[in-house]
Design a protein around this ligand. Structure first.
Ligand code: 5GP
Ligand code: MN
Length: 325
């Protein structure tokens, strides 16, 4: 806890000593990444600082209800006309995760790295990394409290969104008593918990359901039944009208099969690369497998971008998973 206090202090100094900030999260941002970007933006606005929130690409449409969600620049459409010397990275396990946003970092830019991935390599000038936290939003709740700021409903909704999505609806093993305590406090600010669960965890678009059906049609299982996997290509997206964000959640289906220890989703990015998402029932540390391929994540949920084609990558990943079974 003392270490955390030192990191909180250093992070506060980082904000207090500078005036213009770029706030970035990881490529293909999830609920925690978007919410954490907005929570940092809110914090900076409370301090009267100048800031620009960005991502390499678009943020999921589903998250449009979040306060200032439309203020996160999609750099693929709206490039910025200046670079920044001070950057705040949220929910990024390593520097690569910031993607093309790095083109707007001044050379030698100072970075504040706020994250909760155990594989985080402390790439920041200041690192507020708490691997025990269920979400980056949990760390930001502590940071806002440490800064002595009073939350409002808008930022409470963002923080709740990060907790809700990164804990799979307060179900994963990361759902600590502290997470429930924070969630409870956030509800007191008027956050509509059931509506967020319905929107973020229950509802599917029709193209999303069609994509899921198509992916499950190609489900494969190892002979011993311990590993299950599916794959999705651009062809599948086109055939179903689904978008990239509709792939989220598919990986849970192979993992949910009784007896399966590791579920995998292979997303073909292009002819040169595949993104693999991994989920573990507990035995296999998928963060280790991801790290082997230059990625990262958590013990039970991790990912990596691997150069190659499905034919060569699938057997390689299966082999690495098998080493731990
Ligand atoms: P997902 O499979 O949902 O994309 O990601 C699962 C977890 O692994 C998330 O915590 C995510 O941040 C992390 N992760 C996914 N892909 C990568 C990657 O390419 N590199 C690193 N370092 N972490 C990743
Ligand atoms: Mn996260």
């Amino acid at each position: 806890m003392q270490t955390m206090n030192r990191e909180l202090h250093q992070s506060k100094q980082f904000l207090m000593e500078h005036d213009h900030f770029l706030v970035v999260s990881h490529v293909q941002p999830d609920g925690d990444a978007v919410s954490s970007t907005l929570a940092v933006g809110w914090l900076l606005s409370c301090l009267g600082k100048n800031y620009v929130m960005v991502n390499e690409g678009p943020i999921p449409k589903r998250m449009g209800y979040l306060w200032q969600a439309d203020q996160i620049h999609d750099l693929s459409v709206n490039p910025l006309d200046r670079k920044f010397e001070h950057v705040i990275c949220v929910d990024c396990a390593d520097f690569k995760r910031v993607g093309k946003t790095k083109d707007w970092f001044e050379e030698g830019a100072k970075l504040l790295n706020i994250d909760h991935h155990p594989t985080n390599d402390a790439f920041g000038t200041v690192n507020l990394v708490v691997p025990d936290a269920a979400a980056t939003a949990e760390i930001l709740y502590d940071f806002v409290t440490y800064m002595g700021l009073e939350l409002n409903k808008e930022v409470a909704t963002a923080l709740y969104t990060g907790l809700l999505t990164d804990t799979g609806g307060f179900r994963y093993s990361s759902t600590s008593p502290k997470v429930m305590e924070i969630a409870s406090r956030l509800l007191e600010y008027g956050v509509d918990g059931p509506a967020l669960s319905e929107l973020l965890l229950e509802q599917m678009t029709l193209p999303q359901l069609r994509l899921l059906t198509r992916a499950l049609n190609g489900l494969q299982l190892s002979e011993d039944g311990l590993i299950a996997w599916v794959s999705v290509s651009d062809e599948d997206l086109q055939a179903t009208g689904a978008s990239h964000e509709d792939m989220e959640g598919i990986v849970n289906y192979p993992r949910n099969i009784q007896g399966v220890e590791t579920g995998l989703l292979f997303k073909v990015i292009d002819e040169q690369a595949v993104k693999v998402s991994m989920r573990s029932a507990g035995k296999v540390d998928v963060a280790l497998v991801a790290k082997h391929f230059g990625g990262g994540g958590h013990v039970r949920a991790a990912g990596a971008r691997i150069e190659g084609t499905l034919d060569t990558i699938v057997p390689q990943v299966l082999e690495q998973v098998r080493l731990q079974l």
